[in-house]
Ligand binder design. Structure first.
Ligand SMILES: [Zn+2]
Length: 305
């Protein structure tokens, strides 16, 4: 009896949503309610709310017109997993988590194969990419990595990073992969001590790499993305601030990719080589160069310690 009533109530609320064509606004309200619990909450501007109200269920220009913004994934476990992952990412850097929304598209489900980080302090994560990534490993590490990558962009927005700017998005994207590799290793992050345990994650990063090196949207080639995850993972042995991570990442990444080209060296005037970190990374430099050049076989890469 109780069950029937709940079902009817649910049906009622779906009908209401469909009739007023304003699920975005409803979702915004619930997201605002969630966000208001955190000090780092983002209050949507009037124009954002107004726009969503008058334009049917429309998320924003990053998503298709039929996409709908939701505050939850399909199951409470999935939602909880992602919220908890985001909380751990933020806590690792002693920050409050940004707002997290999920995007669902009943008409074109594959259009939500994407995740977006916004300069306004929020991350929207597509249903399709979540489901596909979840199917790739029992511990859901691929979603943990994608979210850590998107969170890496939040760190970049907040700290005006990366310190190395290029004419494409590559330096931002590779550093976000590095932040993800760092997070996967940290005990208070995803806590994977063995590199072999994060295979599903770096394989995914490599798969979505590209060779459009002149395109503004270039994210790095598959070998470069693998190198970035590996370098981040190696740096995960140390405790760094956000700015220290950026300097260390670029100091070593630049020597892997660009040799001694001064235009891609970290700009921070405060940068100092840390002898302990230097010893560790230099010991892996040959290996990093081999990954970046694409010469390292998958089997060798998988078995790195
Ligand atoms: Zn990215």
């Amino acid at each position: 009896m109780k069950k029937t009533m709940i079902s009817l109530m649910l049906l009622g609320s779906i009908a209401t949503t469909l009739t007023i064509s304003c699920s975005r606004d409803e979702d915004n309200k619930s997201l605002l309610a969630t966000a208001s619990n955190s000090e780092n909450s983002l209050v949507l501007s009037n124009s954002e709310v107004l726009c969503s109200y008058i334009s049917k269920p429309y998320v924003d220009w990053s998503w298709s017109y039929s996409a709908i913004l939701k505050s939850e994934l399909e199951t409470p476990e999935d939602t909880e997993f992602m919220k908890n992952e985001l909380k751990k990412n933020a806590a690792l850097w002693k920050l409050n988590p940004p707002k997290l929304g999920f995007v669902y598209d009943p008409e074109k489900p594959s259009s939500t194969y994407n995740a977006t980080s916004y300069t306004t302090g929020k991350i929207y994560y597509g249903y399709a990419i979540y489901e596909d990534a979840k199917s790739k490993s029992p511990d859901n590490i691929v979603n943990a990595m994608i979210l850590a990558h998107e969170y890496g962009h939040q760190l970049q927005f907040k700290y005006n990073l990366p310190s190395v700017k290029e004419s494409t998005y590559r330096s931002s994207e590779l550093e976000a992969d590095g932040f993800a590799g760092y997070y996967l290793r940290k005990p208070e992050g995803f806590n994977k001590k063995e590199f072999s345990e994060i295979a599903a994650a770096y394989n995914f990063a490599a798969e979505i790499g590209d060779y459009a090196e002149k395109d503004r949207n270039h994210h790095g080639t598959p070998p470069q993305r693998k190198t970035a995850v590996r370098l981040g993972f190696l740096l995960g042995e140390f405790s760094l601030s956000v700015n220290e991570f950026d300097s260390q990442f670029y100091y070593y990444y630049s020597s892997v990719l660009e040799g001694d080209d001064p235009s891609v060296q970290p700009r921070s005037s405060r940068f100092r080589v840390n002898p302990e970190i230097d010893q560790k990374i230099q010991a892996h430099m040959g290996e990093l160069k081999k990954i970046a050049s694409g010469e390292m076989a998958d089997s060798e890469f998988r078995n790195l310690d």
